[in-house]
Design a protein around this ligand. Sequence first.
Ligand SMILES: [Zn+2]
Length: 112
Amino acid sequence: MIDAIKKAEYKKKLEGLQTLLAKELEALRKPTDMGNEIDALDAEADEAEEFSANAGMAQAVQERHEATVAALGKIETGTYGVCESCKDEIETALLDVDPESRLCKSCKSNRK
Ligand SMILES: [Zn+2]
């Protein structure tokens, strides 16, 4: 069982993470500056490439953001730290590095 002190620690971590990811997402979603510099023609192709790379990254960041929000919700409802797959407790060693994790260590490695 995750004790209250540990839980408060994760909550703080998750809140910080949530803010950080929201900011990151905002930055990634900003339309790429299609500026009108002198080398605009050359830059255009690069920017298009950059845009699709950003879209992929935005997707990953968004998923992590959603997981973070879900984890915070679970802290409120008291179901935090329970694996969504096998309903076992998630190892605190895993939560220390990945506080938004929905799965325990073994379920996570089974998925890959
Ligand atoms: Zn599990």
